[in-house]
Design a binder for this molecule. Structure first.
Ligand SMILES: Cc1ncc(COP(=O)(O)O)c(C=O)c1O
Length: 477
């Protein structure tokens, strides 16, 4: 028992009374919950430096009042069915404290999923297809040894880095070795480390418009000024990037499946972006968050695979290919930048947790990741076909785009059908969709709805999309 008990030997209140009072208070305010085992009188006496008789007298009082139960020799437990007083609230500073200035990064709130609602939420993969026997065996192996006694390398577990490097070469055309990789706790941490490594407050960062709000807030939180760069159905409009003295230090892009509109950046634009970065001495941050899933479309090489001037930092994640709850990602960056990132990672959380790194190393080494991706491609292709077929009746009113890759699509609505009205009405029928306006920083938004379908069951996609069709058709009448 680690309860801090303090006995005042100068007090006129006898020691056993003090002990009874403090234990009773701990029981009543919930610090010692119902069923908790109290230490033996012998060990309590030794710990507090009192005679055993004092401890016995205190326990007798607690027994007599019904606070504890138990029999001699079998332990003493806090009784059930006792009234529990409300826990005292955490103290809150009065007024507006000096150290909570309004300059802190704007808070993005996390919205948990709503039970009973079909949520077309972006970024949620399906995990049911991970073979349970494989998953169980990997974790059983990890659990069969004690954890290492020391920290691991801040850049990540060497076997995991080697496994990721092999995977990136095979799957994304990025030629790199284990030493080029930093393992992180997800894409967002990779971006945050990069921002800390390169940006000073007030620096301009170019960012897709619309774009991924979390990444934008990471950059804003590190003092960047955001320069919105327009996006069309093919992805970021590279020719809109300023050059010369107006060129930003860094540009953040999602070329394999623009987030959220879904375009795939064509090769000529990729080459133009790389040329722009080289000519303007800027860094491209390539967030390749869900490139593994493409449908009826040829693979396009990652910018990092085409780069010859060391101006791309490549961000990868296991959040879409496997699960966002693993909190595991990686970064490939040119050597001087990588070294800075490793030092910052060391000072952030030293390294990503060892069991998760080991689990993923085994998963990749055993060929399970690529097998899982192949299975998921087929599964997502079916879901995507179901979404497209169910939404077909609204085709004259709405245009479905961004389906060539990834796990979500964009349904652009005709101007007179307000996306926010549609979202409100579908939610009243337990179908949640997000509207595009929330993804813009400054420019005026296009009118439409984003549909994340990856994490939903086929039947949910069909019934949810049918509600959406009904709501849109009624609005258009
Ligand atoms: C564009 C984009 N980048 C990054 C992430 C988050 O990645 P991670 O979970 O690895 O932080 C997401 C998640 O939805 C995303 O959509």
């Amino acid at each position: 028992m680690d309860l801090p008990l303090q006995l005042d030997r100068t007090s006129v209140v006898p020691l056993h009374r003090q002990l009874t009072q403090q234990l009773r208070q701990a029981i009543l305010d919930g610090r010692l919950p119902a069923g908790a085992r109290l230490p033996s009188t012998r060990s309590l006496a030794a710990e507090l430096g009192i005679s055993r008789n004092v401890a016995l007298a205190a326990f007798d009082d607690l027994f007599a009042d019904g606070y504890v139960v138990g029999q001699h020799g079998s332990g003493t437990y806090v009784a059930h069915d006792l009234p529990v007083l409300p826990r005292p609230a955490m103290p809150t500073p009065s007024g507006a404290p000096r150290w909570l200035r309004p300059t802190a990064p704007p808070a993005l709130t996390f919205e948990p999923l709503r039970p009973g609602v079909i949520e077309f939420r972006l970024g949620k993969p399906a995990v049911q297809s991970v073979p349970p026997d494989v998953w169980r065996k990997i974790w059983a192996d990890i659990g069969s040894h004690p954890p290492p006694a020391d920290y691991g390398a801040p850049s990540g577990d060497p076997e995991l880095r080697a496994a990721i490097a092999g995977y990136l070469g095979r799957a994304r055309g990025v030629a790199c070795g284990p030493d080029d990789i930093v393992v992180t706790s997800g894409a967002i941490q990779s971006l945050d480390l990069l921002a800390r490594a390169i940006l000073l407050p007030g620096d301009v960062a170019a960012f897709e418009e619309p774009g991924y709000p979390v990444s934008r807030h990471v950059l804003l939180g590190r003092g960047a000024r955001i320069l919105p760069v327009p996006v069309d159905d093919d992805g970021v409009q590279v020719d809109a990037l300023p050059s010369g003295s107006d060129a930003p230090y860094v540009v953040y892009v999602t070329p394999s499946h623009q987030y959220p509109l879904g375009g795939r950046l064509p090769i000529p634009r990729r080459m133009a972006l790389l040329e722009w970065a080289a000519a303007n001495d800027a860094l491209i941050v390539e967030d390749d968050y869900d490139s593994e899933f493409r449908f009826d479309a040829p693979p396009l090489p990652a910018l990092a695979g085409l780069d010859t001037s060391g101006r791309v930092a490549y961000i990868g994640t296991f959040s879409k290919v496997l699960s966002p709850a693993l909190r595991l990602g990686y970064l490939v960056a040119p050597p001087p930048l990588r070294e800075r990132v490793v030092r910052l990672k060391h000072l952030t959380d030293f390294h990503t947790p060892w069991p998760v790194q080991r689990a993923l190393a085994s998963f990749i080494q055993g060929g399970h990741l690529e097998r899982h991706i192949r299975r998921m491609r087929r599964e997502y292709a079916e879901k995507r076909a179901a979404l497209r077929a169910t939404l077909a009746p609204v085709e004259p009113l709405a245009r479905l785009i961004g389906l060539e890759a990834g796990l979500h699509a964009f349904l652009e609505l005709r101007e007179e059908i307000d996306a926010r009205d549609i979202a409100r009405e579908t939610l009243a029928r337990n179908v949640a969709v997000s509207t595009l306006d929330g993804y813009y920083h400054a420019m005026s938004p296009r009118n439409g709805i984003l549909l994340g379908y990856g994490g939903l069951e086929l039947a949910e996609i069909v019934s949810g999309a049918a509600v959406l069709v009904d709501v849109i058709q009624r609005k258009a009448r």
